[in-house]
Design a protein around this ligand. Sequence first.
Ligand SMILES: [Fe+2]
Length: 267
Amino acid sequence: VTAITIDEVLDLERFPLHAPASVARQALVRRCREQLDAGGMFTLDGFVRARAMTQIVADLSPVISTQAFTHRRRHNIYFKREVEGVHADHPVMREVETVNHTLCGDQLEGSAVIAIYEWPPLAQLIADVLGAAKLFTMADTLARANVMAYRHGEALNWHFDRSEFTVTLLLQEPHGGGEFQYCSDLRSDNDPNYEAVGRLIEGRHESVETLALSAGSLNVFKGRNTAHRVTPVEGDRERIIAVLSYYDAPGVMFSDEERVGFYGRAR
Ligand SMILES: [Fe+2]
């Protein structure tokens, strides 16, 4: 294994994260903030260099096919069994299925995904765009960075995120399907808007948007009140995506119960 440097992996000419005082990085932060304010997300297209992408996928594919945990779960949009004031027959309580094949942080050690995750200028860029002083990697060795593969017919179904924001890196696009769809500000912190959530679940909501993400793109998405899903993958090429988890405090861990739920093991 040859040692690789971060600038062989990331396109630092286009995205000069390594030069915090530079005019170019200041302009990048401004552009990202504009995107975030306008649409609740920002994307760095081509953040990972094409050659590095090929290598990352070649390294990960055999690990996915032999070691990944098959995560299969029926859930409603809230990941909750009961919601106060909502009848069990209400459309918002309808269950949908999510299936993927997950590699945990401990199975990614030494990989380029972890090198990107732990590279401090990335966390600092995201913090600067979100208006946080500093963001921290997780202490949880399983949850800190994950790679998920979705095969033919598999999907990440409708949900709201529990975390304030989610950072993903798309590693491989499928031949068909696997589209990221979202319904912006479907609810708010003050208004659960069950009527509109119900329409979404019944496939009757009029403003579902689709985001075209290409492999190598970094996306930061605020999904607490924006419902989102990934449609079922079609064809024999997996959709492979890395999820990088940062928090505004150091030392954050999942509970054992959460680890078992997501990864099938607590340790
Ligand atoms: Fe999500």
